[in-house]
Design a protein around this ligand. Structure first.
Ligand SMILES: Cc1cc2nc3c(=O)[nH]c(=O)nc-3n(C[C@H](O)[C@H](O)[C@H](O)COP(=O)(O)OP(=O)(O)OC[C@H]3O[C@@H](n4cnc5c(N)ncnc54)[C@H](O)[C@@H]3O)c2cc1C
Length: 431
């Protein structure tokens, strides 16, 4: 049987960053560099941060843009990609609403709506407490109605988020999107009518011209070449013996750090739990390359209209400064949905034409991928179950990280920050 100190599951941003941090943190404490093995189900690294290069187009698994809150994390990554051409972009995002383009976020730009819609939003915002009460909201939906009133919710926030999450917003925890939800109070909304200030967490973002995979290559740079075993899946974990069974072998570990989806980890550990606590959506992403340029001055656009198949469309060419329109298109669905890719692609092209995004263009290249899970449903039940079950696993040497291990809404940078904290803890634990 193989033995390793740190067995990492998944060579995405979380798994690879942990493999780096644990080596660095131990070295900094004057310790021997520990043995780290990453097992990865796929034949390539990256997880959801993979890049597809096809017919001169560069596409991710839907746009993966990097927004850093920790300058030291960005500097650490950039030091490992000296030859990459990384663009810094000031975000321009719009909402297509009844044929006009409104700045994002909707709630701060209601003055850009048609007069009657604007009046409805403003009046409902003013009387929101009378209509929906105050106090601690019980769900994401209640939070939206109580803070922003009926019209803002029903014109944008509810239809858009229902298309994305593919569930009732009433089932989600009020804080389901954490810091990623653009909160705005009445003062900020009114002030914005005269002095636009649409700042958000991803106001400016960076993107390497070679695609998101360049950040993954940076994470691989300092790891010994045999650190990652590709095409090898974790199958089961014996918590008593601290032994992992993979599709190839048994591995005894001291610590196991998993970025696999949490419900799958629970099943592999044989931990009894209520499976209904965890639900999620999936997202079908189309990357579409056209023969010539389309709209300029926009990076992505939100579509609350339920008649449109997609909830968001993004323009890679406006980020990279390239000559041909290159779009990513995202479609949310329930986790048991089945996609007919060809008919859905035809429908997407019709919808893009109806929105005049495609305007006589020819499609010259395309790619699709299903992200499953894509957005996890953060509910009260999932928060409680995750907190209790992950603490239990961690006492037994199994740590769960990343967007899907943490069953949360987060960015890639959050994944790096989280795995650094775990590495610091485990490096400090070493006797
Ligand atoms: C539509 C969409 C858009 C996004 N856009 C952005 C963005 O613009 N900016 C941003 O910062 N974040 C974005 N994110 C979030 C970002 O994708 C994640 O935070 C990040 O990729 C998560 O990395 P991870 O390593 O935790 O998980 P993953 O990327 O899912 O990697 C997990 C890895 O584990 C492997 N694995 C799973 N099970 C096993 C097993 N049993 N055995 C072995 N290997 C296994 C998988 O193959 C995979 O490679 C977006 C997410 C979605 C869904």
């Amino acid at each position: 049987m193989d033995t390793v100190e740190h067995l990492v599951v998944g060579a995405g941003a979380s798994g690879l960053s942990y493999a780096n941090w644990i080596r660095e943190e131990t070295r900094q404490r004057g310790g021997r560099v520990p043995e780290v093995l990453v097992i990865e189900r796929d034949r390539e690294p990256g997880g959801y941060c993979k890049t597809v290069k096809q017919d001169g187009f560069v596409w991710d698994y839907s746009g993966h843009f990097f927004h850093f809150r920790h300058p030291e994390i960005e500097a650490w990554l950039r030091a490992r990609m000296p030859d990459a051409d990384v663009r810094t972009v000031l975000k321009k995002s719009l909402i297509r609403f009844k044929g006009r383009d409104v700045d994002f976020p909707f709630q701060k730009n209601i003055h850009q709506l048609e007069r009657q819609d604007f009046i409805d939003c403003l009046v409902d915002l003013h009387f929101r407490e009378e209509q929906f009460g105050s106090g601690e909201p019980r769900s994401f939906q209640e939070m939206l109605y109580r803070r922003l009133g009926k019209s803002i919710c029903e014109m944008f926030l509810v239809p858009y988020n229902e298309k994305l999450y593919a569930c009732s917003l009433d089932s989600l925890d009020q804080d389901a999107m954490g810091r990623f939800f653009p909160h705005a109070d009445v003062d900020a909304i009114i002030r914005n009518m005269r002095q636009p200030d649409n700042r958000s967490y991803n106001d400016s973002f960076t993107y390497p011209l070679g695609g998101a995979i360049e950040y993954i290559h940076a994470l691989l740079r300092d790891l010994p070449s045999d650190t990652v075993a590709y095409d090898e899946s974790l199958v089961a974990i014996d918590l008593e013996r601290r032994v992992a069974r993979t599709t190839r072998r048994e591995i005894r570990f001291e610590h196991l750090v998993s970025s696999a989806p949490f419900p799958k980890l629970l099943a592999m550990c044989g931990v009894e739990h209520d499976a209904s606590a965890f639900s999620w959506n999936k997202v079908l992403v189309f990357n579409l390359g056209f023969d010539r340029k389309g709209a300029s001055g926009v990076h992505w656009m939100y579509f609350p209209d339920r008649a449109r198949s997609f909830y968001r469309v993004g323009w890679y060419d406006n980020i990279m400064g390239s000559e041909r329109m290159s779009l990513y298109v995202e479609i949310g669905a329930t986790r048991d949905a089945r996609f007919d890719v060809d008919s859905t692609r035809a429908r997407v092209l019709e919808d893009l034409a109806a929105e005049k995004i495609v305007d006589g263009h020819s499609l010259v290249s395309w790619h699709s991928v299903v992200l499953d899970p894509a957005y996890v449903h953060v509910t009260r039940q999932s928060l409680e179950a995750h907190s209790q079950l992950s603490a239990e696993l961690s006492r037994r040497g199994v740590h769960t990280v990343g967007r899907y291990g943490g069953w949360t809404y987060c960015s890639i940078e959050d994944n790096l920050v989280e795995t650094r904290a775990l590495a610091r803890k485990l490096a400090g634990d070493r006797r």
